[in-house]
Design a binder for this molecule. Sequence first.
Ligand code: GLC
Length: 515
Amino acid sequence: MAQPWWKSAVFYQIYPRSFADSGGDGVGDLEGIRSRLDHLGWMGIDAIWICPFYRSPMTDFGYDVADYCDVDPLFGTLEDFDRLLADAHARGMKVIVDWVPNHTSDQHPWFVESRSSRQSAKRDWYLWHDGPGTGNEGRPNNWKAAFGGDTWTWDDATAQWYLHLFLPTQPDLNWRNPEVEVAMHDTLRFWLDRGVDGFRVDVVQGLTKDPAFPDDPPGQVLPHAGVNDCDDTHAVLRGLRRLADSYEGDRMLVGEVYLLSTATVAKYFGNDDELHLAFDFTPLYAPWDADAWRLRIDEAERELGSLGAWPTWTLSNHDNPRHRTRYGGTEGRARAAALLLLTLRGAPFVYYGEELGLEEATVVPSRVVDPGGRDGCRAPMPWDGSAGHGWSGAEPWLPWSPDPETRNVEALRADESSILHVYRRVLAARRTSPALRTGGYRALEVGPAARTVLGYERTADDDRRVALVNFTADPAEVALAGHWTVEVDSESTAEGTPFAGRLGGDQAVLLSPAE
Ligand code: GLC
């Protein structure tokens, strides 16, 4: 049976403010993305995920949506989107867009209306509550918001509290109201009709809340968004899935399920009738350590494998410090991590710029703009070595990651030994290997180096590949049965040579059976 495209796809996440700027205002845009599709095609990317570009007051840089069915002028127009989609499709690249169903902007006309009076027809579209007292003393409960403070904001005019798991400018929608479901399904149809291949669904675990709104246990340190996991959300997801599946062409949903347990995330696949894919952030938070990763991978195999669900793998995204920096800063580790990410069983998500080995940018206090403190991973993509690094006009909205003079697309593309070429070579290897794309996974015994080297085999019928990743700076001897040829080496271009049973510090290799 033919596999859906998303099962063998390598995804690339684009943060549109930071990717490429066609307008010269220092903020990236849709036309900028279109003008840089060549880079992604050359590298071998199958699908792009574009973070929100909808009309927005930008208090959370687009995750506060004021109109789900229009492009913010900062990013361009709907026509720009159509052109981008057509160009991507012409290259055989899929496009998924971000969809933010848990909350809108407080500037969304729905909320403006909901807030206008207690009798408003849209009052119940959001989560309005009385407090324990008669006025604004106390809160309906003790939930904490994601970027600090309480989840409740008092509305003076109508004398009630409204709920927001994130900023006060991001009021939560009431998904128990059938009108909300209909209106939000319409926003999905709007983009499905335009031809998008799917959605990255924001804050899936937040969609419905326990109707009793119970206090979180005393002493709980996580904001409520990190623990909310109400069973009723699964019915919402089944509705979304039916809608996506009613369209031709394997339209897909990949959900952000921000609950830090693989077993809990697994529930959001349902009985293959909820999310097609779900992010599991426990590996993202694992240290760069062979034992820690073995545990995470085994867990994904066990919890998702038993459901027949397809895992996803993410090392970096727009909400967390870049993995090169988290893993200690060396480029060697970033190279080894690339080989790991792109050869595990599941769908890898590459975050823009990680193919250049970008580090976290240093953002001095006067340039901090994000209320969640995430500016360092959102630095502009350096395209070349010129003064503006491909960003002509105004200075980009955030400072550069280190060394853009040398660490840029043009320079690394010209250097076959660069990290960018490691990404490209592994992606090329995936293309020709069913084992790597959709095959099974088996952990390997690699002998005395087992504590520091992770080894695994991927197989599909008689196609076989082995990956070995050295998680430390010390060289390691590896015991491996059979004869193997180096197909990709994270450290050198000397490929096609027999594997000699030895890895250098921070080195990873992809091996194929020797002829
Ligand atoms: C998700 C997004 C994050 C955003 C939040 C609120 O976690 O990834 O960037 O701030 O939702 O929408």
